[in-house]
Design a protein around this ligand. Structure first.
Ligand SMILES: [Zn+2]
Length: 246
């Protein structure tokens, strides 16, 4: 739009009705946006719950993994004890001291192995207890979240129902308002609205002489013109229809 662009129309309907229409359109846009965003909010609530479910599952499989490891150690200890028994039998049959001592060394080594495995097993069983405690905490948290989710989902559902109702009401109120606006004005408004969205009509801040939409300082002539209810002036900066209340 060129500088000092000014469009004149004969005022056949008060700009007040266009302002009311704009207000209605803003509310409709807000309601429509919120309805559109609700599935996203629902998704976020479910993501939280899924994260907690994954934590519970991770704790469960950690317990299984550690228990399997402990089981494995049990077998190792049994095999070491079996070897010790076998070496003791062999000790009864050997002929030389040297052979006897060699078996004794083997037995010591296996006994060390048994102690190592036993210590490790105790460690693992303590770990299982610890993870079990964590699992219980996580399960309690999950149950809390599940009931919170239920409340949230019910609230969101009620919100959608309320918003849909409001949207229908606003749309029919808008329909009634549209009937009050002179068609030329209406089509100008609609064209501007497609580009300007919520700021189709801007009130001029009289004391400062600025546009209510872009807050730029307006030329005095434009401020003067915007006070004339018979014409429509347009902001040279942002293209909003300017209106000044006396
Ligand atoms: Zn402006």
């Amino acid at each position: 739009m060129s500088n000092h662009a000014k469009v004149r129309w004969t005022l056949t309907a008060p700009i007040e009705s266009l302002l009311r229409l704009q207000e209605k359109d803003r509310r409709l846009a807000r309601v429509t946006r919120e309805i559109r965003d609700i599935p996203k909010r629902r998704e976020q609530v479910r993501d939280l719950l899924n994260a907690s479910l994954a934590e519970v599952e991770a704790a469960r499989s950690e317990i299984q993994r550690v228990q399997a490891e402990a089981k494995e150690l049990e077998l190792e200890a049994a095999s070491a004890r079996e070897k010790i028994g076998k070496y003791r039998l062999q000790q009864n049959q050997v002929k030389t001291n040297q052979e006897y001592r060699a078996l004794e060394d083997e037995i010591r080594a296996q006994e060390r192995e048994v102690r190592r495995v036993d210590d490790k097993q105790i460690e693992l069983l303590e770990k299982v207890e610890r993870v079990r405690g964590q699992l219980q905490e996580k399960q309690a948290k999950l149950r809390e979240e599940e009931s919170a989710l239920k409340v949230d989902e019910d609230a969101l559902e009620a919100r959608v129902a309320h918003l849909e109702e409001e949207k229908t009401r606003l749309a029919s109120e808008r329909e009634a308002l549209v009937g009050e606006v002179e068609p030329t004005w209406l089509s100008r408004y609609e064209r501007l609205r497609a580009r300007r969205g919520d700021h189709t009509i801007a009130l001029v801040e009289r004391s400062r002489g600025t546009c209510g939409a872009c807050h730029m300082k307006l030329p005095p002539q434009l401020v003067h013109d915007s006070r004339n209810p018979e014409t429509v002036t347009v902001c040279t900066f942002c293209g909003s229809m300017l209106y000044c209340r006396d």
